[in-house]
Design a binder for this molecule. Structure first.
Ligand SMILES: Nc1nc2c(ncn2[C@@H]2O[C@H](COP(=O)(O)OP(=O)(O)OP(=O)(O)O)[C@@H](O)[C@H]2O)c(=O)[nH]1
Length: 622
C-alpha cells in the first residue's frame, strides 16, 4: 500500500517514506554570511603569536621606560653641557675683560703722563681693581682645569707685573717727569704686554678647543639620544600596535564566536522545537491511524481525517473527495480549513491531474498550464503582470491496489513546508487504507447478508432489519406489510427440468423482485423457493396491489436455460400488515405465512391478505 501513491512533489523523485521524512531532523543551516570566509593572514598570525602578547607588552613597557630614562639623562646632560659652554664663554669673557682692563690701565696712565689730565688719572685708578678683579675671577673660573688654571695664574702674574711697571713709571712721572720719560723709553712694558697677550691667546685658544670638544660631545649625545628615543619609541609603538591588532582580532573573534554561539543556540532551540513538533505529529498520526481502524463508516473516517488535518496543519484548507461506485464522478465528502484556491464540489476524474496520473500533483497560483480543471481559474491579469502569488494547491490521490478511491485536495496561501506535505501524504495513505478496509468490510457485510443465487437479502438480514423497520413505523404510526411468496409446485419443476433450471428460475424471480420493490423495501430469500418482502409504510391495500403485480409478473415470465425455455411458473403470496403497536416481527411473519398457506390451500397462483377474514384471491386468468 505504501507504494500505491508515488510521493512526487511536482517533478521531485520518489523520496523516503513519510514517516522517515517526518522523523528527519531539520537540515543544518548554511554558514551565516556574517561569518568571515577566511581570516586575513595577518590576523591568523596575530592569533598564532598570542602567547607572545605578554612578553611583547612587557618589552614595550621596558622600551618606553628606557626611552623616558634616556630622555631625562639626555636632558640633564644637555643642561650640564650648556653650563660648561656658558662656563667657557665666561672664561673667555673674563680673559678679554682682564686684557681690556689692563690695556685701559696702560692707556689711561700713558695719557695722564702725557697730558696730566686728572680724569685720566682717575680712570687709571679705577681700572686697576677691574683688571685685578677680572684676573682673579679668571683664576676662580679655571679651577676645574689645571692647564687653564695655570695659564690664568700666569696671566694674573703678568697683569700684576704690568700694573706694577705702569705704577712705577707713574710714580716716577710725578716725581721727575724727565726721568720718567727716559725710563719709559727703556721700559719693557711693550714686551710685558706682548707676553701677556700671547699667554691670553694661548688660554683663549685652549678654551675654544674645550668649547668645540664640548659642542661635539653635545651633538653626539644629542644624535645618540635622538636615535635612542626614536628607535625606542618606534619599537615600542610597533609592539603596542601589534598588541592592539592582536587584541582587536581577539575581540572580533570573541564577538564572532558569541554570534555563532547565539545562532547555534537558536538553531538548537528551533531544532528541538521542530523535533517536538514532529514527535507530536507522529503521536497524532499514530493516534489517527488507530482511530481510523475503528471507524465504522466512510463518513466517519473522512470527518475524522478532515478534523486531523485542520488540527495539525491549520494553515491549510481543502476537501476530501470520494469516487462514486461508477467511478465517473468524485464528490466532496468532507471539508477542512479555508481553501486558498476554491475547488469544485463535484469533479470528473479527468479534471484532476492527480486522479488521471495516479500521482501527487502540485501547482502554484498562476501556474495556469498545469492547474487542475476543478480548481478556481487563475487570474490571467495577475499572471501576465508577473505578480508573485504564493498560493498553491496540492492534489493527493487516494489509491489502493492501483484503484482510485478518491482525492485529497488542499491549498494554502503561503508556500508549504515539506514536512507538512509529507504529513498530508502520510494521512492520504492512511486514509486510502482505511477506505479500502471499510469498503472491503462493507462488501463482506453485504455478502454475508445477501443470498448469492438471487442477490436478495438473506433471512439473517431480514431478521435484523424487520425489527428495526417495524419499530420505526410503529413509532411514527405508519403501517408495515410483509409478503410471503412461495413458488408453486417447485419440486415438480425441479424434477421435470432439473435442479439447475430450478436455480435459474429462482434467480429470475429474485431479479424480478428487486425490480418490482422500492429502494426502501426489503426483498429477501427466506429459504428454498420461499421469499419475503418487507414493505415499510405500505398499508394492506398498497401491499396487496404490490403483491398482485409481483404474482402477475412471475406468472408472465419464462426463463431460458441451456437454450431451452421453461415456464412460466406461478407463485402464491400471503400478506400481513402491522396495524397495532403490539405486533412483533414473529407475529407478522406467522400471519403472512398463514395467509400463504391459505393461498396454497385455495388453489395456488394467488394473493391472500391475512388481514382479512376472507381471502382476496385473484385469478390469474381474470
Ligand atoms: N433448484 C432448487 N431447488 C430447491 C432449492 N431449494 C429448495 N429446492 C427444492 O424446492 C422443492 C420444494 O418443494 P416443496 O416444499 O414440496 O413444495 P412445492 O413442490 O413447491 O409444492 P408447493 O409449495 O406445495 O406448491 C424441494 O424439492 C427442494 O429440494 C434451490 O435452491 N434450488
Amino acid at each position: 500500500m505504501h507504494g500505491a501513491i508515488a510521493p512526487v512533489w511536482d517533478t521531485a523523485p520518489v523520496g523516503p517514506s513519510p514517516e522517515l521524512v517526518l522523523a528527519q531532523p531539520p537540515p543544518p543551516s548554511p554558514p551565516s554570511p556574517s561569518q568571515p570566509a577566511a581570516a586575513p593572514r595577518f590576523a591568523r598570525l596575530a592569533s598564532r603569536y598570542r602567547v607572545y602578547r605578554l612578553p611583547a607588552f612587557l618589552l614595550a613597557a621596558a622600551l618606553l621606560a628606557v626611552v623616558g630614562l634616556a630622555t631625562v639623562v639626555g636632558l640633564r646632560s644637555f643642561a650640564e653641557s650648556a653650563e660648561w659652554v656658558e662656563h667657557s664663554y665666561q672664561v673667555i669673557a673674563e680673559l678679554e675683560s682682564t686684557l681690556a682692563a689692563t690695556r685701559t690701565v696702560e692707556s689711561s696712565a700713558r695719557g695722564y703722563r702725557l697730558t696730566d689730565r686728572p680724569d685720566l688719572h682717575a680712570e687709571y685708578l679705577s681700572s686697576i681693581p677691574a683688571a685685578l678683579s677680572h684676573s682673579a675671577q679668571l683664576i676662580a673660573l679655571t679651577r676645574d682645569n689645571p692647564l687653564q688654571h695655570r695659564l690664568a695664574r700666569d696671566i694674573e702674574r703678568r697683569v700684576r707685573q704690568r700694573l706694577a711697571e705702569i705704577d712705577r713709571l707713574l710714580e716716577l712721572h710725578l716725581r721727575d717727569p724727565q726721568q720718567a720719560r727716559l725710563s719709559s723709553l727703556t721700559s719693557n712694558g711693550a714686551e710685558q704686554m706682548r707676553a701677556l697677550t700671547a699667554v691670553a691667546d694661548n688660554m683663549r685658544e685652549h678654551e675654544r678647543g674645550l668649547l668645540a670638544s664640548r659642542d661635539a660631545r653635545t651633538e653626539r649625545n644629542a644624535a645618540l639620544l635622538t636615535a635612542l628615543v626614536i628607535g625606542g619609541l618606534l619599537l615600542a609603538l610597533s609592539l603596542l600596535a601589534l598588541l592592539m591588532l592582536s587584541l582587536w582580532q581577539e575581540n572580533r573573534r570573541s564577538r564572532a564566536l558569541e554570534r555563532e554561539s547565539r545562532q547555534a543556540l537558536a538553531e538548537l532551540e528551533a531544532s528541538a522545537a521542530e523535533r517536538q513538533r514532529l514527535t507530536e505529529r507522529h503521536r497524532s498520526l499514530s493516534h489517527y491511524a488507530g482511530l481510523l481502524q475503528s471507524c465504522q463508516t466512510l463518513e466517519e473516517a473522512l470527518d475524522m481525517t478532515a478534523h486531523v488535518i485542520a488540527d495539525l496543519i491549520p494553515e491549510l484548507g481543502g476537501r476530501c473527495y470520494v469516487l462514486r461506485a461508477s467511478q465517473n464522478l468524485a464528490e466532496t465528502a468532507a471539508r477542512f480549513g479555508r481553501e486558498a484556491i476554491a475547488s469544485a464540489d463535484l469533479l470528473h476524474p479527468n479534471d484532476c491531474w492527480a486522479l488521471r496520473r495516479g500521482q501527487v500533483h502540485r501547482s502554484q497560483a498562476h501556474d495556469g498550464g498545469v492547474r487542475c480543471a476543478h480548481l478556481e481559474r487563475a487570474d490571467p491579469q495577475r499572471a501576465h503582470a508577473g505578480d508573485d502569488d504564493p498560493r498553491w494547491s496540492l492534489c493527493v490521490p487516494l489509491m489502493a491496489q492501483n484503484t482510485s478511491l478518491g482525492l485529497l485536495c488542499l491549498s494554502g496561501a503561503r508556500p508549504p513546508r515539506e514536512a507538512d506535505l509529507a504529513l498530508v501524504q502520510s494521512i492520504a495513505e492512511q486514509l486510502s487504507l482505511a477506505i479500502v478496509n471499510l469498503q472491503l468490510r462493507e462488501t463482506l457485510r453485504v455478502q454475508s447478508l445477501r443470498d448469492p443465487l438471487t442477490g436478495l437479502f438473506n433471512r439473517r438480514y431480514l431478521e435484523e432489519n424487520l425489527q428495526r423497520e417495524l419499530l420505526r413505523c410503529q413509532r411514527r404510526h405508519l403501517p408495515l406489510s410483509v409478503l410471503m411468496l412461495d413458488v408453486d409446485h417447485f419440486k415438480r419443476f425441479n424434477d421435470t427440468h432439473g435442479h439447475a433450471a430450478g436455480d435459474a428460475l429462482l434467480a429470475r424471480i429474485g431479479q424480478l423482485l428487486q425490480e418490482l420493490v422500492r429502494n426502501e423495501d426489503i426483498a429477501c430469500r427466506y429459504g428454498g423457493e420461499e421469499f419475503t418482502i418487507v414493505l415499510p409504510e405500505a398499508d394492506a391495500e398498497a401491499a396487496a396491489q404490490r403483491a398482485e403485480r409481483i404474482r402477475a409478473a412471475i406468472a408472465a415470465t419464462t426463463i431460458v436455460h441451456l437454450r431451452q425455455t421453461f415456464g412460466p411458473a406461478t407463485c402464491s403470496i400471503g400478506l400481513a400488515t402491522s396495524q397495532g403497536e403490539r405486533d412483533t416481527p414473529q407475529q407478522l411473519l406467522q400471519s403472512a405465512d398463514a395467509a400463504l398457506y391459505r393461498a396454497k390451500a385455495e388453489g395456488r397462483d394467488r394473493v391472500v391478505d391475512g388481514n382479512r377474514s376472507a381471502a382476496v384471491a385473484s385469478d390469474a386468468r381474470a
